[in-house]
Design a protein around this ligand. Structure first.
Ligand code: ATP
Length: 360
């Protein structure tokens, strides 16, 4: 396995001469740690597959280079880069048994019989495939075939990295749940560098130690699931991750005060010298806004609906034209639709043109 460096990568499918704002991948530099479990997360069309295909060598970038352990791999094919890949749909041989399918990537690399048997057994055990090792792959369900595809991607111990491109998209929801947490266990057991592409935040947050969030061709934040939750660097990260997503509200900010819809809010930090002309917003996750009985001093809100998720309840309220989601504390009883909002100052972030500003 390898450390992977992306150095000033950019890609346009129009040959690199297009307007940089329309690039499928805008200039990106980053390092993927050896042995890390990464998720590349973002909505459809944000450039995830483009970035993955540049790492594997399927797409040649318009600009920049990829290094494996410091070595430039741009002239190497996917096979020479020693990458294992798992795609959305199963890639297995129907005429072979499950065991033969798992052994195939090892045989192909000339690995000895004893080592093949040991490794196939280890992977089959981790994926609960031992009872099916001698069955013909053609007789298995599509879900079971995808499980074998995962096994084939993970079977080689000497790969630079394993790349997964939305591997659970077509899997039945019950098995998806099982495989999602199993992949995390597999990562720990096998100690491989893994990069997992998905548009599904639950898949990304369950699997990854580090989540790389992409938006419109750019990496907007790289962080642990907790960092993305507590300190979203970009308003997109705030509302894409979380359910409901972060409230992003137009505001005026001066020093330790923010004004939202004419209401003064105290901030935990001071914000001086915000860029003139920038769009200033505050972001606060619904978990840190509490619904309360209407009272002087609280931002007055009108409740539109309350979603009861069992473990928690969220109210969707309106303050003038603004829509805000807020946590409903247990036992709160309200007479009608009028309520007040309480904001936790430590969890209010300030954004200038969508980027988080560090307070002092
Ligand atoms: P999805 O989850 O839908 O696959 P993605 O985040 O992986 O999306 P990409 O497939 O990398 O995004 O696409 C990024 C942009 O590049 C999109 O605008 C897409 O239409 C465009 N694109 C992708 N592949 C090609 C191609 N072969 N030729 C031209 N444009 C492409």
């Amino acid at each position: 396995m390898a450390r992977i460096d992306l150095v000033d990568l950019a890609h346009s499918y129009d040959g690199g001469n297009a307007d940089p704002s329309s690039f499928a991948l805008k200039p990106t530099s980053m390092t993927w740690r050896q042995g890390g479990a990464y998720a590349l997360l973002g909505p459809s069309g944000c450039g995830k597959t483009t970035l993955l295909n540049i790492i594997s060598g399927i797409v040649k970038p318009s600009r920049g280079k990829v290094l494996f352990d410091g070595r430039d791999v741009m002239a190497l094919t996917t096979q020479q880069r020693n990458i294992a890949q798992v795609f959305q749909f199963p890639v297995i041989y129907d005429t072979m048994t499950v065991g033969e399918n798992l052994a195939f990537p090892l045989k192909n690399r000339g690995v000895g019989r004893a080592e093949i048997d040991a490794r196939v057994h280890e992977i089959a055990k981790l994926l609960d495939l031992v009872p099916q090792l001698d069955r013909k792959a053609s007789r298995l369900t599509a879900d079971a075939k995808q499980k074998i595809s995962l096994g084939r991607g993970l079977v080689r111990a000497d790969v630079a990295a394993v790349l997964f491109d939305e591997p659970l998209t077509v899997i039945d929801p019950a098995l998806k749940w099982e495989l999602r947490s199993k992949l995390k266990v597999l990562h720990r057991a096998l100690d491989l560098t893994m990069i997992y592409v998905t548009h599904d935040q639950t898949e990304a947050l369950t699997f990854a130690d580090t989540v790389v969030v992409m938006h419109e061709g750019s990496v907007v934040q790289t962080g642990t699931p907790e960092e993305l939750f507590l300190r979203p660097d970009h308003t997109f990260v705030g509302y894409f991750i979380g359910s409901p997503g972060m409230n992003v509200l137009p505001a005026e900010v001066e020093g330790r005060q923010a004004r939202i819809a004419g209401h003064e809010l105290s901030l935990a930090r001071s914000y001086g010298g915000l860029p003139p002309g920038a769009r200033i917003e505050v972001g606060i996750r619904p978990e840190f806004v509490s619904l309360a009985a209407a009272a002087p001093g609280l931002l007055a809100a009108r409740i539109e609906r309350i979603d009861d998720l069992g473990r928690s309840r969220f109210a969707h309220v309106r303050v003038g034209d603004l829509k805000i989601a807020a946590r409903v504390p247990r036992g709160l009883s309200l007479g009608g639709n009028e309520a007040g909002l309480i904001f936790e100052p430590a969890h209010i972030h300030v954004y200038a043109d969508q980027r988080r500003v560090e307070g002092a």
